[in-house]
Design a protein around this ligand. Structure first.
Ligand code: ATP
Ligand code: MG
Length: 243
């Protein structure tokens, strides 16, 4: 199967004491192996819910998700869920330890990634001692550490300064492309979506469904906001979100 994932007629409702909330309605899309996909849309539309459903943490109310049984999925949740009682290195190696795959080599790889993302001096620190952006970078290393086929990232760079965000965006896109990995990333940042991803799906509040889909195909130069194609994508996505 060339598609890593296929979502068909997916619906999600939540039942609260007083009402039924419709979160997602008739969502359909496919994800190819090696494809990097961004999900954008207003707050409360159901982006995190959709990632949780894809990860298997939540069940859809209706619809089908087709995915390979032995697909390794790594999920970086929106409000990162680092274990407070484990230091940075132990947090990042937890996934491999659970799978019994932690060894000297993987330890070295994790430490290299932490160094690369500016966390050299925090390897033995605890989550409480880190800033929001540092915690996000640790969560990203943790998500990458298990060498997943599919990476699910929920607003992974929202707390990073602009320059760090560009550097890490560039790096993550390169790593995933080089290894032909796939990703679905939720973001409110249109620039980030265009910089990193091959396709952007816009979710609309009007009908809780997909409003538009953009194939992002141009000569990328991350950080360059003067490129005509970049501006065209940006303006079209912005208009869709606005309207
Ligand atoms: N367990 C739950 N029970 C009831 N309602 C829920 C539950 N989880 C999420 N919701 C509701 O579902 C809707 C979608 O939530 P979700 O977190 O998926 O939105 P989002 O698009 O990720 O928003 P944001 O951009 O603010 O992160 C919201 O109205 C939220 O209140
Ligand atoms: Mg969310």
């Amino acid at each position: 199967m060339n598609n890593l994932l296929e979502i068909k007629n997916l619906y999600k409702n939540y039942q609260t004491i007083s009402e039924e909330i419709i979160v997602l309605k008739n969502i359909n899309f496919k994800l190819k192996r090696g494809e990097l996909l961004a999900l954008v849309g207003p707050s409360g539309i159901g982006k995190s819910t959709l990632l949780s459903i894809i990860s298997g943490l939540e069940k859809p109310s209706k619809g089908v998700i087709k995915k390979n049984k032995d697909l390794i999925i790594s999920y970086m949740l929106q409000d990162n869920s680092l274990m407070p009682f484990l230091n940075v290195l132990d947090n990042c190696s937890l996934g491999l330890k659970i799978k019994n795959k932690y060894n000297k080599e993987s330890k070295k790889e994790i430490i290299n990634m932490l160094n690369k993302y500016g966390l050299k001096d925090y390897i033995y620190s605890y989550p409480d001692e880190l800033s929001g952006g540092q915690k996000q970078r640790v969560s990203l290393v943790r998500a990458l550490s298990v060498n997943p086929d599919l990476l699910l990232l929920d607003e992974p760079f929202s707390k990073l300064d602009y320059k760090t965000k560009l550097d890490i965006s560039y790096d993550v896109r390169n790593i995933l492309k080089k290894e032909n990995k796939s990703m679905i990333m939720v973001t409110h940042d249109i620039e980030e979506a265009i910089n990193i991803c091959d396709r952007v799906i816009v979710l609309s509040k009007n009908n809780n469904s997909i409003k538009s889909v953009y194939e992002i195909d141009y000569e990328r130069n991350i950080g360059d906001k003067t490129n005509d194609k970049f501006l065209e994508y940006y303006n079209r996505i912005w208009r869709d979100l606005d309207g």
